[in-house]
Design a binder for this molecule. Structure first.
Ligand code: ZN
Length: 387
C-alpha cells in the first residue's frame, strides 16, 4: 500500500508558488500532478478579457455519476506586503513551533491542500473511483477583480454538461477554532447615490433659490430611520448605510444647485435586488412629497443574497465536524462576499475551511494540527456523502 501525501506537504508545495493574483507560479501544476495521479481527468482552462490579465484555472473530476460533490477554491493570494516584516518568508512554507507560515496558509492554499489530501486518502482506501463523482473547481482569480475565474469556469463546466449536487468552498470560515463556523450564505450588497436637485442662488436671496442641503438631510434621516426588515431565520436585519454627503460647494454665499449622498445596502433574503430598489424608491417618494426633487442612481450591483438552507447537507458536514472537533458549528451568514455567491446559482454551497484570524496579514499562519483536523473533517464528509 502506498501512502498518500499529507495536507502539510501539499500546502507547503502550494505556498512555495508565489501566486499573487494574476500569477499562477506553478500552483495549479502542483494540484494537476496530484489529481492526475489519483485518476482524475484534469482540465486547465485559461480565460481572457480585454483589459485584464489572462488567468489559469483548473477543473478536475473523477467518477461519472451522481451524486457529485465539488470542492471549490482559489490558489491565488493577496500580496505579502513588507517582506522583511514576516517572521518566516511569505513564500517559504516554513513550519515553526507547530505553525505553518506563508501567504495563503489559511486563505486558502491550506484549505485546498486538506481537501486534496482527504480525497486522495479516501480514494486510496476505497481502491479507485467513488460511488458518484468528486471534482475540484480551482481558480487563480479570486482575490483581485475576479472576472476570469469562478464565474467563467462555472459557465464553461455547465456548457460541458457538468452538474454539481453540492459544493464545499474551503475558505477560512472559522472564527476562533476549527469547527466553530460553517458559512451557509452571504448578504447581498447594493450601492447607490441619492441626488437632490435644488435651485442655485445667492444666500441673501433664498426666496429665489431652493436649497438641497436641508432636503438631503431630511431624506437621509427618513431613509435611515425606517428599518428595511427585522432579520430572517438565517440573517441579521438588512442595513442601509450612508457613507458620504457631497455638495461640492467652495463658497459660503452660494446656495448649491445639487446635493448628493452615497450609500450601501447589505440585504438579506427578504429581498431581491429588484424588490429592494423598489422599496427604497417608494420610501424616497413618500419622503419627498410634492416638494423635494430627488432620485437615486443605482450602481451596477456587485452581489446578490444567497443562502443554503439548513438541511441534510449542512447536517452531514456538521456531523463530520462534530466527530473530529466535538463542536457543533454555528451556521453563519455574516461577513463579506466570496466566490460561493457565484456557485450558489448552480448548487447548494457551504464554506468551511481553516480559521481566518490571520488571513491577509503579515505572518499568515495555521497550526499544523488544524490541517490534520480539517483533512479528517473533509474525509468524514466524503465517507458520509458516498455511503
Ligand atoms: Zn479566499
Amino acid at each position: 500500500m502506498t501512502s498518500t501525501p499529507t495536507a502539510l506537504s501539499i500546502a507547503q508545495d502550494l505556498l512555495r508558488c508565489p501566486s499573487v493574483t494574476p500569477a499562477d507560479a506553478g500552483a495549479l501544476d502542483v494540484l494537476e500532478t496530484l489529481l492526475k495521479g489519483a485518476g482524475f481527468t484534469v482540465h486547465r482552462v485559461t480565460f481572457s478579457e480585454l483589459g485584464t490579465a489572462d488567468i489559469d484555472n483548473l477543473y478536475a473530476r473523477i467518477g461519472d455519476g451522481a451524486p457529485h460533490l465539488c470542492f471549490a477554491g482559489h490558489t491565488d493570494v493577496v500580496p505579502p506586503g513588507e517582506a522583511s516584516a514576516w517572521t518566516h518568508g511569505a513564500f517559504a512554507g516554513d513550519v515553526a513551533d507547530g505553525l505553518l507560515y506563508g501567504r495563503g496558509a489559511v486563505d486558502m492554499k491550506g484549505g485546498i491542500a486538506c481537501a486534496v489530501a482527504a480525497t486522495l486518502d479516501y480514494l486510496a482506501a476505497i481502491g479507485g473511483k467513488p460511488k458518484g463523482s468528486i471534482s475540484f473547481l480551482i481558480t487563480g482569480d479570486e482575490e483581485d477583480v475576479a472576472v476570469n475565474g469562478t464565474v467563467k469556469l462555472l459557465q464553461w463546466a455547465a456548457e460541458r454538461g457538468e452538474q454539481f449536487d453540492h459544493c464545499i468552498v474551503g475558505e477560512p470560515s472559522n472564527v476562533e477554532a476549527i469547527g466553530d463556523t460553517i458559512k451557509i450564505g452571504r448578504r447581498g450588497s447594493q450601492s447607490g447615490m441619492l441626488i437632490v436637485d435644488g435651485v442655485q442662488g445667492h444666500v441673501a436671496y433664498p426666496h429665489r433659490a431652493a436649497n438641497p442641503v436641508p432636503d438631503i438631510a431630511r431624506l437621509i434621516t427618513a431613509l435611515n430611520d425606517e428599518p428595511l426588515d427585522h432579520g430572517s431565520a438565517q440573517f441579521q436585519p438588512s442595513n442601509l448605510e450612508f457613507t458620504s454627503v457631497d455638495v461640492g460647494n467652495a463658497a459660503t454665499n452660494v446656495i448649491p444647485a445639487q446635493a448628493r449622498a452615497k450609500f450601501n445596502i447589505r440585504f438579506n433574503d427578504h429581498h431581491t435586488q429588484e424588490t429592494l430598489k423598489a422599496l427604497v424608491e417608494q420610501r424616497l417618494a413618500v419622503a419627498c412629497g410634492n416638494r423635494i426633487r430627488a432620485r437615486i442612481e443605482w450602481l451596477p450591483a456587485n452581489a446578490d443574497v444567497f443562502v443554503t438552507k439548513p438541511g441534510a447537507f449542512t447536517d452531514l458536514v456538521g456531523a463530520a465536524i462534530a466527530e473530529v472537533t466535538g463542536r457543533k458549528p454555528n451556521l453563519n451568514t455574516g461577513g463579506g462576499t466570496s466566490d460561493a455567491r457565484f456557485i450558489a446559482k448552480y448548487c447548494p454551497v457551504v464554506e468551511f475551511g481553516l480559521v481566518g484570524q490571520t488571513m491577509h496579514q503579515i505572518d499568515e499562519r495555521t497550526p499544523v494540527s488544524d490541517l490534520d483536523k480539517l483533512t479528517a473533517i473533509y474525509r468524514g464528509v466524503l465517507e458520509r456523502y458516498f455511503k
